[in-house]
Design a protein around this ligand. Structure first.
Ligand code: C2E
Ligand code: CA
Ligand code: CA
Ligand code: CA
Length: 278
């Protein structure tokens, strides 16, 4: 057995070691990152497909690690969830995002909403609703401009989730189901939960022009959404053809590189002027 262990070690060699070291570095780094101001929010426009107006922004976190450079959220969000650090990080995101959109309102860009990604760990926290209300109060942002994006994969206990979402809805906050269609429970989510927005996952958008089954599916999601009075957002729009298809089929809102990549606040602000051209 000893022999074998040794071989395994040699087989995995340095790359596994590197991965473990990186993970440990990231984890200890995460603990300090808020205090050291290493997180920054990028903003990606949400575009009304029928008018071309920007109607909101999605806040997307970036981590500028002093040694490792930019670490993508796909790498550190799962780690933050594992360690529970998503709680303080998520609260920072919420506060920073609400503050920024309020600032844009004050500059005359009225009516814009802000979409904030929420992890299940945050939702499960007993004082979550209280925290959200506190942030709204502190920033002076009206509740109706805040959209919380949750993924349908999360499945807490449905009753528990329902209670939380009802409280948020009562406070005037909007609920958006992120990555819609990717979970196994799409229809039961729609049946049970007080949601306002369906966000069609970018893997569907990717297939709408060339794959007839996918385009049929997307049309069905949009129709279903509108008959249930949900607003529909399509994410990951990269081409004119995709945007045209979605507009033709009355998807309400689009998001993707075609319109703009996620940008730091000052650059996103410039987009507020230009984007109508699309
Ligand atoms: P998501 O919420 O589904 O966000 C959409 C992702 O698609 C973003 O990746 C965005 O940059 C990317 N994207 C936007 N337009 C396009 C496009 O046209 N083509 C392609 N290929 N991609 C596009 P990002 O910023 O790397 O974020 C990845 C994921 O990390 C997010 O997926 C979300 O689940 C998570 N995340 C980001 N910020 C936060 C946060 O503040 N809190 C939490 N809990 N999760 C976050
Ligand atoms: Ca999202
Ligand atoms: Ca998404
Ligand atoms: Ca996604």
């Amino acid at each position: 057995a000893k022999e074998k262990g040794k071989n395994c070690y040699q087989f995995y060699n340095s790359s596994l070691n590197d991965q473990i070291t990186r993970k440990m570095n990231l984890e200890s780094g995460l603990r300090r990152a808020i205090k050291n101001n290493e997180f920054i929010l990028y903003y990606q426009p949400l575009v009304d497909l029928s008018t071309g107006d920007i109607v909101g922004m999605e806040a997307l976190i970036r981590w500028k690690h002093p040694k490792l450079g930019v670490v993508p959220p796909s790498e550190f969000i799962p780690l933050a969830e594992e360690t529970g650090l998503i709680i303080p990080i998520g609260e920072w995101v919420l506060k920073a995002a609400c503050k920024q959109i309020k600032d844009w309102h004050d500059k005359g860009y009225h009516q814009m909403s802000i979409a904030v990604n929420i992890s299940v760990r945050q939702l499960q926290k007993k004082d979550f609703v209280k925290t959200v209300k506190k942030v709204l109060q502190e920033t002076g942002l009206e509740a109706k401009y805040l959209e919380l994006e949750i993924t349908e994969g999360i499945m807490l206990d449905v009753d528990e989730l329902l209670t939380i979402l009802n409280e948020l809805k009562e406070a005037g906050i909007k609920i958006s189901v992120d990555d819609f269609g990717m979970g196994y429970s799409s229809l039961s989510v729609l049946k049970h939960l007080p949601i306002d927005i369906l966000k069609i996952d970018k893997s569907f958008v990717n297939g709408i022009v060339n794959d007839e089954r996918i385009s049929t599916l997307v049309k069905t999601i949009i129709d279903m959404g509108s008959s249930l009075n949900f607003s529909t957002i399509a994410e990951g729009i990269e081409t004119r053809e995709q945007a045209d298809f979605l507009t033709r089929n009355r998807c309400n809102i689009g998001q993707g590189y075609l319109f703009s990549r996620p940008l730091p606040a000052n650059e996103a602000e410039k987009q507020l002027e230009v984007i109508k051209r699309y």
